[in-house]
Design a binder for this molecule. Structure first.
Ligand code: ADP
Ligand code: MG
Length: 341
């Protein structure tokens, strides 16, 4: 068994500026394992950005397309570590080593977990050298670039740099839209572009979160036999976000701000230049920047499609006001307290 998950492929990995190099390098390795100079190939990036997907796609591609039978093995660094520890306990370190030394393509996920585990690293170092010298392909992932891996032996780190290191960035708006569309297509569900845009603008940190929301939406829609409209999308997002308590939802911020200043939601999104509306709008943008992970572009979208320079200006204005106007300072603090548990 390769421990590969068949559902991860290059076909269902959406390409965008955020992942182009990593995807191209992965595909090159998949087509010609151990022939390219990308050995080892190291893919790094934050949580939920597609590292596991991409390296599993390499494994699946090799299994499906190689002319000769290849021993492809996917293993997480945690599993590798626990197998290693067990082999010490059971006096079977030699078996452990020789098993790994037979592998043609070793895919080891989340190597940051090897940090500080000296003995495991030493063993991995030997396996790595053996495989590399025998012309076998090594693929690794990490949540950070090699230079930031602390508690990692220098000689191992220097090995990581022999090949190619490529990063995955947070998906840009277009990629997020494409990912949502792909997911909907896969599930055979259709929704208005307006809703897709809302979702893509509201969840801009990682793909896993985006998928989580989509799955929940699709499940709810099929349970209640309703279509996925903006209303349902907003409620679902609110719900998921409060549940995970991870971050404050922008609609919650807009709700709290409009209630406090006694203005309408439509006013915040309108073009109105009335001071009684401009101030609440700017405060809401400021809070959105402070309390959520949304990008300036996404924040602007939620306020009637304003551009990011307007959002920067709003944040600056609120900062200045808070410095000079004590009451304003109190208000903003009071409002932001409402979001903290
Ligand atoms: P990581 O290992 O970096 O934490 P994963 O590979 O587990 O992230 O990705 C999280 C989820 O997002 C997976 O379901 C994966 O299929 C999906 N995903 C991530 N990036 C993309 C992409 N570019 N196209 C399609 N799906 C993606
Ligand atoms: Mg992963």
């Amino acid at each position: 068994d390769s421990f590969l998950n068949r559902s991860y492929s290059f076909d269902n990995f959406i390409e965008g500026d955020c992942n182009r190099l990593a995807r191209a390098a992965s595909f090159a390795v998949a087509e010609k394992p151990s022939v390219t100079s990308f050995n080892p190939l190291m893919i790094y990036g934050g949580v939920g950005l597609g590292k596991t997907h991409l390296v599993q796609a390499i494994g699946n591609f090799i299994k499906n397309n190689s002319l000769s039978e290849k021993f492809v093995l996917y293993v997480s660094s945690e599993k590798f570590t626990s197998q290693f520890i067990n082999s010490i306990k059971n006096n079977s370190l030699q078996d452990f080593m020789s098993f790994y030394m037979q592998v043609d393509v070793l895919i080891i996920d989340d190597v940051q977990f090897l940090s500080g585990k000296e003995k495991t690293q030493e063993t991995f170092f030997h396996i790595f050298n053996h495989l590399h010298q025998s012309g076998k392909q090594i693929v690794m992932t990490s949540d950070r670039p090699p230079r930031d891996l602390e508690g990692m032996e220098d000689r191992l780190l220097s090995r990581f740099k022999w090949g190619l290191t490529a990063d995955l960035q947070s998906p840009d708006l277009e990629t997020r839209i494409a990912i949502i569309q792909k997911k909907l297509q896969h599930e055979g569900v259709e929704i208005d572009f307006e809703v897709i845009e809302y979702l893509a603008h509201s969840i801009d940190s990682n793909v896993r979160e985006l998928e989580g929301v989509m799955i929940s939406l699709i499940a709810q829609a099929s349970l209640t036999q309703k279509t996925i409209d903006l209303e349902l999308a907003k409620r679902t997002l609110n719900h998921i976000v409060t549940e995970s308590e991870k971050e404050v939802n922008i609609d919650t911020i807009i709700g709290v701000v409009t209630e406090h200043f006694q203005v309408r939601i439509a006013d915040l999104k309108s073009k109105s230049r009335l001071r009684s509306i401009v101030i609440p709008r700017q405060v809401a943008m400021y809070l959105a920047k402070e309390m959520t992970n949304l990008s300036l572009k996404s924040i602007g979208y939620h306020f009637g499609g304003r551009d990011h320079s307007t959002v920067i200006h709003a944040i600056q204005t609120v900062n200045d006001l808070m410095d000079t106007d004590k009451e304003m300072n109190n208000t903003v603090h009071k409002l932001s307290q409402k979001f903290k548990k």
